[in-house]
Design a protein around this ligand. Structure first.
Ligand SMILES: *Cc1c(COP(=O)(O)O)cnc(C)c1O
Length: 367
């Protein structure tokens, strides 16, 4: 693969990693850009989290604590979990990375679905493991396909539930069936969008009961703290103990720890954001459907808008950009005819629906 004869080469798998592209946030020559490309909370974080971050600035000369005891206790209290079974990371991305580093490697496989989150493939390659992807059924995780895709080399199975970018999810009994069918692997339930579902524990109870189920969560979505980089994982003590051995002792800054602790305690903020998202998500999906753009029922804070073909999706994306609206193209997720639109505040939802409506009307007129 390499053209040079340099003796300096990275580990196998590293050069197979395609660089992750974050959602765009700027458009040349356009002011007043509305960013709906990274599933961020349009209402931002809790005021209490902001205040905690500012207070934490007084201790910037100090190393943070290494055991995250305060944050783990706060998470455990709010979610009714055992703090000793929680590990905190630099976003849930770092937890995904730890899992691959600790449990996968050369000669092993990491399993996920065709429209699964891109970090699973990246982290599997980084560990030198073989990423294996199975089909979904109409953009929904197919448990039978995952069971059929597992081998004796499978070490990890990643299921985002709800999934990004599809917004769909499967029931917990189905996930339990998968975990029981593949006892040689850890089933990782990535519950980044858990709070947007309503009446869903993200797999916490399953991860309490089964030794091979592990749940990941994040402060980047409903908590509105994507910039702070905090996530966490929960599961068997044995797994948490393994992951802690490769976790850097100072992986989370004092600022991040304090901000996240205040955020998790502000349950009212989470409830308000959840209610507002549910209302606007339904409104947006219906408005788009009326304009001839269908989507699957989303359980998250975005809608996956489906167009007739890739050309139409690309042209619609261009029309949105020309009006200062940035959404996410998802061809890299195997969905070239779709655009993922984050549910923003009411004004953003109205703007997006309006521009897509205009685009569809013009398209119909010229065809
Ligand atoms: C956004 C997202 C995450 C969160 O990543 P962080 O590193 O915690 O910011 C995890 N999984 C999925 C599927 C996501 O969409």
């Amino acid at each position: 693969m390499t053209q040079t004869s340099s003796p300096i080469v990275p580990q196998p798998g590293i050069m197979k990693i395609a660089l992750y592209e974050g959602g765009a946030s700027k458009l040349a020559g356009v002011e007043n850009v509305v960013k709906l490309s990274s599933n961020e909370n349009p209402f931002g974080p809790s005021e209490k989290a902001r205040e905690a971050v500012i207070r934490a600035a007084h201790a910037l000369h100090r190393y943070p604590n290494t055991d995250h005891a305060g944050l783990r206790a706060a998470i455990a209290e709010v979610h009714g979990l055992d703090p000793d079974r929680i590990i905190c990371g630099v976003g849930s991305d770092e937890i995904i990375h730890f899992l691959c580093q600790a449990y996968a490697g050369p000669e092993t496989e990491v399993l996920f679905t065709e429209h699964g989150f891109l970090m699973y493939r990246i982290s599997a390659h980084a560990a030198g493991a073989t990423p294996v992807q199975v089909r979904e059924r109409d953009r929904v995780t197919d448990i039978d396909a995952l069971i059929a895709g597992a081998t004796e080399r499978t070490r990890l199975i990643f299921v985002a539930n709800p999934n990004n970018p599809t917004g769909t999810m499967v029931g917990l009994p189905e996930l339990e069936r998968l975990a029981r069918a593949v006892p040689q692997a850890i089933l990782v339930i990535d519950a980044a969008y858990c709070e947007y579902v309503g009446d869903y524990d993200g797999g916490a109870e399953l991860a309490t009961r089964l030794p091979n189920v592990f749940m990941t969560r994040t402060f980047s979505k409903i908590y509105g703290l994507g910039g702070l980089r905090v996530g966490w994982g929960y599961g068997a003590r044995e797994i948490v103990d393994v992951l802690n051995r490769i976790r850097g002792p100072f992986n989370l800054s004092h600022v991040a720890l304090e901000g996240a602790e205040a955020a998790v305690q502000d349950r009212d903020h989470v409830a308000r954001c959840q209610a507002e998202n549910a209302r606007l998500r339904a409104w947006l999906a219906e408005a788009l459907a009326e304009k001839g753009v269908p989507s699957d029922t989303s359980c998250a804070n975005f809608v996956l808008a489906r167009f007739a073909d890739q050309d139409t999706a690309v042209a619609c994306d261009e029309a949105l950009k020309s009006q200062g609206l940035i959404v996410r193209r998802v061809a890299g997720y195997g969905l070239p005819n779709c655009l993922r639109v984050t549910v923003g505040d009411e004004a953003s939802c109205r703007r997006v629906a309006h521009v897509i409506g205009q685009f569809m009307a013009e398209r119909a007129g010229t065809s």
